[in-house]
Design a binder for this molecule. Structure first.
Ligand SMILES: *[C@@H]1O[C@H](CO)[C@@H](O)[C@H](O)[C@H]1NC(C)=O
Ligand SMILES: *[C@@H]1O[C@H](CO)[C@@H](O)[C@H](O)[C@H]1NC(C)=O
Length: 278
């Protein structure tokens, strides 16, 4: 009896402890998910109603859409132009419901203890921008989570507002690396004409102290040639290595961010069910 009572008490305490843990963890998660900033959180929150009855839709369409998303991430489907219409709710909930953030690099890219640094001031970490350092989720949420055809003009207008949000997990990694003496380099398919607004947007979202911001030289054109992102990005990484820097890490949401030598000592692929850039 006494043993049973102790067991019950233990079970009760364990349950209470995990409830307590959940209670203290939840607000943090909400904060991180909302960008950790009061200005950002209401915006994400405001996007949720756009999903309407998406919860039920997502549940119904769940399995097939789940497979579709995996196939996209693994690059088993490619050349697609739209997210299947039946998956709008699923993708929306994936992006806004916390799953996307849990799949982001907060745990997998924690730089220590596996990262061995020389601390010679020549170590850099390459960050992609869109859907890596900054998130265009407000845009995509307003445009059906890519269930409609991509409109480059419309998207560039949104980028020009400089109002994209930080991905909190990436920003955390970025700041940690700065503390460790690793210099951040942004490498993006955004173009030189977008430099000023990109700088403004990065600063607004709490990024500072980067070593370089590398953008594509030409004015952005829709329908870029396949492979051009890989060629541009690997070329820029080569120039950095030629200048004596060591790329200790490289993170992006596209395969074209992390393929093509020199890739960097460690590469990280973030989730992105919204678009694919070759
Ligand atoms: C794309 O967006 C622009 C700017 O918002 C708009 O003027 C144009 O009609 C759109 N094009 C298509 C094909 O929807
Ligand atoms: C970008 O900012 C710089 C410095 O603030 C300014 O001199 C330049 O004219 C700006 N370029 C554009 C395209 O707005």
């Amino acid at each position: 009896m006494a043993t049973e009572a102790r067991l019950l008490l233990l079970l009760f305490l364990t349950a209470a402890a995990s409830a307590w843990e959940m209670n203290i963890r939840l607000p943090t998660e909400r904060l991180a998910y909302g960008g950790g900033e009061a200005v950002v959180a209401p915006l994400i929150h405001a996007l949720r109603p756009l999903l309407g009855f998406g919860g039920q839709l997502a549940a119904r369409a769940g399995v097939a859409c789940d497979s579709w998303r995996l196939a996209v991430e693994a690059h088993n489907v490619f050349g697609w132009k739209k997210v299947p219409a039946s998956c709008e709710g699923y993708v929306g909930h994936y992006m806004l419901g916390g799953h996307y953030h849990r799949d982001s690099p907060s745990s997998s890219t924690r730089p220590s203890p596996t990262l061995k640094l020389a601390g010679n001031g020549k170590e850099i970490w390459v960050f992609d921008i869109d859907e890596t350092s900054l998130s265009n989720l407000p845009y995509f949420a307003k445009h059906g989570f890519r269930t409609t055809l991509y409109n480059d003009t419309c998207f560039r207008e949104y980028v020009a507002e400089g109002s994209t949000l930080a991905l909190p997990e990436t920003r955390r990694l970025y700041r940690r690396l700065l503390q460790l003496g690793v210099k951040p380099v942004f490498l993006t398919s955004r173009t030189e004409d977008e430099r000023n607004i990109t700088v403004t947007n990065l600063r607004r979202q709490g990024y500072s102290g980067w070593m370089k911001l590398l953008l594509k030289p030409a004015v952005h054109t829709a329908g870029e040639l396949l492979g051009s992102a890989v060629a541009f990005k690997s070329g820029e990484r080569q120039k950095l290595e030629d200048a004596g820097f060591t790329i200790v890490g490289n993170i992006g949401d596209q395969w074209s961010d992390i393929l093509g030598a020199p890739e960097g000592a460690r590469t990280f692929k973030l989730p992105d069910p919204l678009y694919y850039i070759g």
